[in-house]
Design a protein around this ligand. Structure first.
Ligand code: SF4
Length: 437
């Protein structure tokens, strides 16, 4: 009979891709720790008995980064610096056979729903009682809460449903319990994520339950900021705005990837909406939530996108004046609906269009930031770097949005993870500078 040795074993986990993948790594590490593993995350792991790479398979550049990382550790194993290498996550879910054939040095490949099998291979038990418990990798004052997995949307360019499956909401009681656990650990900012946040509940409760979930989470003591990411425009549950208006600790912030603005391209992308409907939705959100910070994501170079589409997109971005905007070039992903279309916009032209959108946005962002000079904001401090404290307002999500940089005097003290009132003294495109108010 195989026994579990009491000696501490160690494993190093590497996460690629999005915050949803990060939560999966945190859950994996929570399970490993409960099985007497010493676990480390990110950073230099050139020497480790076990390395687990949690991959991303979203678009070409992300896939390439995952493959390069796998090859790097396959080589480290060849050189005897790493004992065993395991691969999991989206790329592995999507290309397991190809990867096993092309990079056989890897000990085993796992899909996105094979945590128990991965643990078994490491001679560890999957501890169901730990459901939702995880080893946080974010600074201890904020954490992501993944409220659902998978997606039922038909977006033509997207491979995520191929890797993450159908939409599955996590039961509300479990999420509230997770949030209470995180708040008890000192988390004050909870960032709600999913492939499509607004679909929450439709599978489990046969109705949209995001508003009710936010209200329940907002009741969890200790949570000062609740932030919403990945809202889908079509069928957006307007009752969410009621909760945002009602609850002080729900950030006046919304991330809603919109992907494009011309009816021609939105139709080809199978987004189920139009420019007029999207514009009306944004106007309604801004009317009901004055001062809300809206973040969006756009794709340039979708098959069939014309120069006229690009021009219309630029006019729309200038009109909408988003607070935060990210932009990708279209990636021709096999097995997606769009793969049947001709990828007719050359890569260089896709990048030119993306740069055009981002240059326009940089100007808008600077104007919006300049308007904040002289105002006082509550800032949550994340880090201290180059002699400066760096934090965010409720209008800024970690890693993707603006930062507020504050230099302190001799007598002034800021603790990371704390809030402080900051008067903005200067602004640039993507950052603010301030002083303690
Ligand atoms: S909503 Fe669309 S883009 Fe987002 S994960 Fe689902 S299919 Fe992909």
């Amino acid at each position: 009979m195989r026994t579990r040795s009491s000696a501490k074993r160690s494993a190093h986990v590497i996460t690629l891709g999005c915050a949803k993948n990060l939560v999966d790594s945190e859950i994996l590490m929570g399970q490993l720790r409960a099985n007497n593993f010493e676990v480390s995350h990110e950073g230099d792991a050139e020497e480790a008995p076990v390395v687990i790479i949690n991959t991303c398979g979203f678009i070409e550049s992300a896939k390439q980064e995952s493959i390069d990382t796998i090859l790097q550790f396959a080589q480290a194993k060849q050189d005897g610096r790493v004992g065993r290498v395991y691969v999991t996550g989206c790329l592995s879910e999507r290309y397991k056979e190809d990867l096993s054939r092309d990079i056989p040095e890897v000990d085993a490949y796992f899909g996105t729903r094979e945590l128990p099998a991965l643990l078994k291979t490491l001679n560890a038990d999957y501890k169901r009682e730990l459901l939702g418990e995880r080893l946080l990798t974010t600074p201890r004052h904020f954490a992501y809460l993944k409220i659902a997995e998978g997606c039922d949307r038909p977006c033509a360019f997207c491979a995520i449903p191929l890797m993450r499956g159908k939409h599955r909401s996590t039961p509300m009681e479990e999420l509230v319990k997770q949030a209470e656990g995180l708040a008890a650990q000192g988390v004050v900012e909870l960032i709600l994520i999913a492939q499509d946040l607004t679909y929450y509940g439709l599978d489990l409760y046969k109705e949209r339950k995001l508003a009710e979930l936010i209200r329940r989470l907002s009741d969890v003591s200790g949570l000062r900021w609740i932030r919403l990411h990945y809202a889908f425009p079509t069928g957006f549950p307007m009752d969410v705005l009621d909760v945002m208006a009602e609850r002080e600790n729900v950030c006046n912030y919304l991330d809603m990837p919109l992907q494009h603005a011309t009816d021609h391209v939105l139709k080809a992308m199978r987004r189920g909406t139009t420019r007029a409907k999207t514009t009306a939705l944004i106007a309604e959100i801004r009317k009901r939530m004055p001062g809300i910070a809206l973040r969006t994501t756009l794709i340039c170079g979708f098959p069939g996108e014309t120069l006229q589409d690009q021009q219309e997109l630029l006019e729309w971005v200038a009109e909408m004046r988003f607070d935060r905007l990210g932009c990708f070039t279209y990636s021709h992903e096999e097995d997606t609906h769009a793969y049947a279309l001709k990828d007719d916009v050359p890569e260089a032209e896709k990048r030119r269009r993306m740069d055009e959108v981002m240059a326009l946005q940089a100007g808008i962002s600077e104007e919006l930031n300049m308007a904040k000079v002289g105002q006082v904001f509550s800032v949550l401090f994340d880090k201290f770097e180059d002699g400066v404290f760096v934090g965010r307002t409720q209008h800024d999500s970690p890693d993707v949005d603006n930062e507020v940089r504050v230099e302190t005097g001799e007598q002034e003290h800021i603790r990371l993870g704390d809030f402080a009132q900051v008067r903005i003294t200067a602004a640039s495109e993507f950052d603010l500078t301030g002083e303690l108010a």
